[in-house]
Design a binder for this molecule. Sequence first.
Ligand SMILES: Cc1cc2nc3c(=O)[nH]c(=O)nc-3n(C[C@H](O)[C@H](O)[C@H](O)COP(=O)(O)OP(=O)(O)OC[C@H]3O[C@@H](n4cnc5c(N)ncnc54)[C@H](O)[C@@H]3O)c2cc1C
Length: 387
Amino acid sequence: MDLEFDTRNEQFRREVSAWLDENAPAGRLSPPATAEGLRQHLAWERRLFEAGYAAPGWPRRFGGLGLDLWGETVFDEEYVRRRLPERLNKMALIHGARTVLVHGTEEQQRNWLPGVLDCSDIWCQGFSEPDAGSDLASLRTTGRLDGDEIVLNGQKTWTSNGAIATHMYALVRTDPAAPKHHGISFLVFDLRTPGVEIRPMRQLHGHSGFAEVFFTDVRVPLTSVVGELNDGWRVAQTALRLERGSARGSHTRLVAALDALTEAAARAGADRGLRERVGSLRAWVFAYVRATYALIDTVDRGGDDGVVASVNKLGLSEIQTAIHDLWLEVLGDEAELVDELGPDGELLGLRRDYWHSRAQEIFAGSSEIQRNIIAERGLGLPREVSR
Ligand SMILES: Cc1cc2nc3c(=O)[nH]c(=O)nc-3n(C[C@H](O)[C@H](O)[C@H](O)COP(=O)(O)OP(=O)(O)OC[C@H]3O[C@@H](n4cnc5c(N)ncnc54)[C@H](O)[C@@H]3O)c2cc1C
């Protein structure tokens, strides 16, 4: 196992660094859920696209640089280190469209992927529903076959970027008579189709790109199905594994958060007890960074079974929460003063990151669910008694 970047990747790091230093937007962009924010984000995405950096890990024939995971990680580390804007199409770039790269037909890939790369299409993920979050296979949105179309009825919830998305990749029940995990299909479709209603929601930290999405007799072509009809559960496992295992610079974000905590602790005149707690978190962060590189190595060699991704996702959630809890403790009352409200009432800085660390324990599968996966699939412990 080799967990170091080779000279080729370090050369790429220098290229990316030079380009980002020269081209990165100065200052903070407005939230993408506002008209001005969306314009600013799209302009930044266009620059990345034109420079070939929209998706460094995608194949060259779809506009990527064809880099392996190590190269992609170099890009992500440099991007995150500079705290550059969150990628508008991250749901597609990291997992949705990548799942189409694995399971889609050549035609689907040619039809959908270019729009993702230049951000003329923005994708969101429609997996969760009321009563179908952790127990995702309980989903009730139906897809009734009608000739060469599928007619959708139902509701999706917790849809990140739903308010600005043009496309959704979703799971729908296409065979209600089949056992729970077998009658589901994975679709990609245009949200501007008649019968789709998007109701935006605001999150605790002020972000308003979240949405609930309702379907009433929405007709999508059968060619929207990725993989085989009724085999969507298997296809979705690829998306979930990519979502959970994709560090995408989160290790770099953790190191930065820890450095800021260390600084705050020093300013507060840390006593021995506090220094020990910060030191212990530093050890956890170090372990997480190495675990990320180990996961990259495993995936790079084709050895990922999804369990390692769950271990990493759980580790990230727990360390991130611990850092932010201690940070608030160190700042005491001052924690209430350090933030300003950003454009459109969005929280900035520590408090925003604090709330985000809470959400991290839930999205892409909650920490309890990751523990179940590790216990049952990884360690072979007895399966949970179904309720
Ligand atoms: C910020 C954010 C963004 C999100 N973005 C998206 C998105 O873009 N698209 C999308 O489809 N979904 C999205 N989600 C939804 C997310 O995937 C679900 O919230 C998550 O899967 C948990 O489901 P739930 O909310 O229904 O909670 P529930 O499943 O009702 O769980 C409630 C609690 O019970 C625990 N629990 C449930 N079952 C078990 C069990 N068997 N064993 C032990 N504990 C259990 C859970 O861990 C949790 O603590 C997002 C969520 C958040 C918070």
